[in-house]
Design a protein around this ligand. Structure first.
Ligand SMILES: Nc1ncnc2c1ncn2[C@@H]1O[C@H](COP(=O)(O)OP(=O)(O)OP(=O)(O)O)[C@@H](O)[C@H]1O
Length: 310
């Protein structure tokens, strides 16, 4: 005997919720997203202030949702993941990403290029478990960058981004920077059971969990439990660009750009001032910061392009 759709043995309807940041990007997506969300069975909760997405995500996890979607830019995804961690539900609730920000780097790494793609990925339901970085206890999905950086991130050309991945932002930062004093830092990282120590003046420092995420023909290594750490020595900006590109595009060792993979590292500011970071694009300051990774802790709905690359 089986019950009807509403009978006692019917499968309970899935509880899918979408956290919508109506202010991200051009702020012209809310109406369309509400409609598509309704068509795909997501109830919608909307942010009313910065930081609100974390609270809404934590509340959704506490309510036991089966799926959670984050609609906004990278900052919104960052907050939603923060909320899942706060609710101790990071590993339990699959995340769908609906890109509606300015740059949408995380979504594009997942092979999700627009809002419709995001809902299509949610509908298909193919998920992967991806690494999540942690800086000073705060989760990040994309990168922690210090030094010459982030302000230029949205100006970075798509083409450059495709070719060299996240480092494109640094290159763009170097290009647009007028003057930069360098970061006096000490870095202590553990890589393949070996300790790596670096101390000096860096032009920039980039820690990412989504390394070469946008390269075609190469599996993502957002699933290897390692963070890619790139340190560019302080050197004239044009040389730094040339070396960064050379190393990244041609996979060559270069003298002033150091790249390692590490599961954990500590960065200490050697000057009186804390080091300013951009954590998934959100500003943070640390005098000393421990950065680690929760390997494959986040289950994410991926686009077809990502799924087929595995
Ligand atoms: N209702 C709201 N009012 C004002 N700010 C908000 C609201 N909801 C979220 N925010 C803030 O908006 C900021 C920007 O969001 P987000 O990064 O998602 O979009 P974006 O900057 O347009 O895109 P991207 O980061 O992809 O370039 C976040 O720091 C978030 O805290």
């Amino acid at each position: 005997m089986t019950g009807g759709p509403t009978g006692p043995t019917a499968t309970p309807a899935e509880d899918a919720r979408l956290v919508l940041n109506p202010t991200s990007g051009e702020a012209d997506h809310a109406e369309r997203v509400r409609q598509l969300a309704a068509e795909h069975g997501f109830s919608v909760v909307e942010t009313e202030r910065a930081g609100h997405a974390a609270d809404l995500a934590a509340a959704a996890a506490a309510d036991g949702v089966d799926r959670l979607a984050a609609c906004g830019g990278d900052g919104t995804i960052h907050e939603v993941v923060q909320g899942l961690v706060a609710a101790d539900a990071l590993e339990d609730v699959p995340l769908c990403v609906i890109p509606a920000g300015t740059a949408n780097i995380y979504a594009s790494g997942l092979g999700i290029e627009n809002i419709e793609d995001g809902f299509a990925a949610a509908r298909r339901g193919a998920t992967r478990r991806l690494d999540v970085g942690v800086a000073d206890g705060e989760p990040f999905v994309l990168s922690a960058i210090a030094g010459l950086l982030a302000s230029a991130s949205t100006a970075t050309s798509e083409r450059l981004k495709e070719r060299i991945g996240t480092l494109a932002f640094v290159v763009e930062g170097i290009r647009t920077a007028r003057e930069f004093d360098g970061l006096e830092v000490a870095i202590d990282a553990v890589s393949d059971d070996q300790e790596y120590v670096w101390e000096g003046e860096a032009l920039c420092l980039l820690v990412g969990s989504l390394r070469r995420f946008t390269d075609e023909d190469e599996p993502s290594n957002a699933e290897n439990g390692q963070l890619k750490v790139t340190v560019i020595d302080r050197l004239p900006p044009t040389d730094a660009i040339a070396e960064a590109v050379e190393q990244r595009v041609f996979d060559r060792e270069t003298p002033h750009v150091t790249t390692i993979e590490a599961a954990e590292l500590e960065i200490v500011a050697l000057e009186d001032e804390p080091v300013r970071f951009s954590l998934d694009g959100e500003p943070r300051e640390y005098e000393r910061v421990e950065i680690g990774v929760r390997p494959r802790a986040l289950r994410v709905c991926v686009g077809e392009a990502y799924a087929s690359r595995q």
